[in-house]
Each structure stands twice: as structure tokens, then as C-alpha cells.
Design a protein around this ligand. Sequence first.
Ligand code: UT7
Length: 327
Amino acid sequence: MRRSVVVGTGSYLPARVVPNADLATFLDTTDGWIRERTGIGARRIAADDEVTSDLAAHAARRALDRAQLTPEDVDLLIVATVTPDSPMPACAVRVQKKLGITRAPAFDVSAACAGFLFGLTIADQFIRCGTARRAIVVGVELLSRIIDWTDRTTAVLFGDGAGAVVLEANESGDRGVEVVKIHTDGALADALAIPAGGSAEPLTAAGLAAQRNKVHMVGQEVFRAAIKGLGDVAEEVLAEAKITVKDVDAFVFHQANLRILDAVAERLHLDREKLVLVLEETGNTSSASIPIALDAALRSGRIRQGDRVLMAALGAGVSWGGALVRV
Ligand code: UT7
């Protein structure tokens, strides 16, 4: 059976580290509140001259290097992001140019924090049905440009970064993507959204002044949806694979809030040691969080080749998904 095998991962975090204490200099917040309520200690913020496609291209190049492949070996490029360089064309187009790929189709996927798993699912389908042989899936966000820096309920949560995986078709062996599951329920569409800047609410001077072009979130609604969605989809993936949590070597969940991850770990009765965590250093990087965490764990040896990794994420939409991958 043809499978999509992860043959390389890479990530990129901007150089500037912004600890919680720096936010407390201009927001009514404290390092203690942020750590206790979220588990976040710092986040990376892109330099003024960096754009989303720069972050994505750095991560993709590192993934290609680890896969010992060149850009021309790739026949599909998917970029998961809600913070493209500009509304049109797709961010993937800019990334493609920076990588020096000239013909492979390149497009964006918009599923917020679940975007990487939506991209992985699409790439896996392309590879399984033979339309593509090698694909890059990038999760990238430059959230610092769409945050209302006067709103303490969102400004403390997010960070910038990119992560990428290279997938390659393989007809033998037991490595590869085993299960993917993705879902969307638009009932909570307004719980986490950027209200203005599209056809429903074109940006006006008044909208700009009211920061309607920035992220607005009803945190507790998303919090509850995340605990349920991550737990449900993890169980769905395990059931489809006919395995239990004990058969999984590592859990790479979307890094939004440590309390969410603790609640999911408790529900699933999983060994907390198996949770891969980068949240404290990165904050919530939306679609980038899973590939950043996966890459960090592979590079540190925390996840080894052949391990079974369960990934899950939920974000704006709400959209959520899960994947089981033998890396
Ligand atoms: O990645 C996409 C998915 N996103 C998520 O998964 C985020 C999900 N939501 C969350 O993680 C949490 O809901 C938050 C971290 C956003 C908020 O935590 P919470 O425990 O739900 O806090 P809360 O909204 O219930 O607010 C509790 C109090 C409020 O004050 P009062 O009304 O009790 O006086 C807030 O105004 O905490 C206050 N507060 C803050 N205080 C200090 C909210 N933000 C801050 C802050 N610093 N940064």
C-alpha cells in the first residue's frame, strides 16, 4: 500500500524573544497570570522586515535539507496559514518563489490552528492517489501583525513561527501517515474571528480605529470546544487505527493552553510524559504549532524514527483534526 512518509521536518522561529514580563510593561497583566492560566512564558515576534513567506521558506528549506532533497524534487506545496503576506495571491505562491520551485502547484489552506492537519490530510490524499510523489506541508503564522496589542485577553497568547514537513510516497515499510481525520462545525464561527477586512465587513477608517481587523476571541467558548474536540478526535483516530493510548509513543497536540492539554491528557488517561510541549517558549503559533513541536521533538531525540505519533488540533471555525503518523 502506498503511504506518505515524513522524510524531513524543519522549523523556524524569529530571533526576537518576548517574555511575559515585557508584555506587562504595556498591558494590565502579569507573568504569573499568563503562566498560571496558559502555561506560556514567552513568544517569538518577527522582525519588522520579515513576512510570513520568509518564515515559511526558512522552515521548508530546513525540512528539505533534512530530507536531502532539492526544491525541484517537490511536486506539491501546501501552506496552512491565516496570516498570508497579502490577501492575494496565496502565501504559498510567495513561498514557492523563495524556494525556487517553478511548476509544482502551490496553494494555501485556511483552517486556523487546525490548518497544518488539514494540509497534511490533503497532501496525504494527493500522494496516496498518485497525483503527487513528494509534498511539502508548511504551517506558518505571523500572528503578531493581526493581534490587538491593547487587548490583554488575546495579546498574551500568540506568537510567530513556522514548521514544515516533507512527505514522500513509499510503497514498502510500515512508516507513514496511518490515519487522518478532519472536521468543521461553523456554529462557533464568531467565537474566534477577524471581523473586518472581507466582503462581510470591508475595512473602513472606523473599523480600523476599532481594531476590527484584528483577532477577536471569546476565550472560554474556544477553551471548552478545544478540550472536547481534541479528546473526541484523538479517540476517533485511535479507534480507526484499532490501538489504545498505550500504543502511541508521543502526543503532539496544538499548543494553545497547558490547561487544555492537561484536561485532554486526563480524559484520555495518557501518560503526561508522552505530551510534547513547546508552548512555554513559543506561545500559541496557530497552524505552525504542531510542525514546530514535531520538529523540535525529532531533533532532540524525544521522538525517534519509527515512533507512533498522535497529533490533534482545534482552532477557529471551529475546525479540528487528528492524525496518527509512524514517523
Ligand atoms: O488556538 C486557537 C484556540 N485558542 C484557544 O484554545 C484559546 C482558548 N482559551 C483560553 O486559553 C482561555 O480562555 C484564555 C487563556 C484565553 C483565558 O483564560 P480564562 O481562564 O478562560 O480567563 P477568563 O477569560 O475567564 O478571564 C478571567 C479573568 C477576567 O477578569 P475578571 O472578569 O474575572 O475580573 C479577565 O479579564 O482574567 C482576566 N484576564 C486577564 N488578567 C490578567 C484576561 N486576560 C488577562 C491577562 N492578564 N492577560
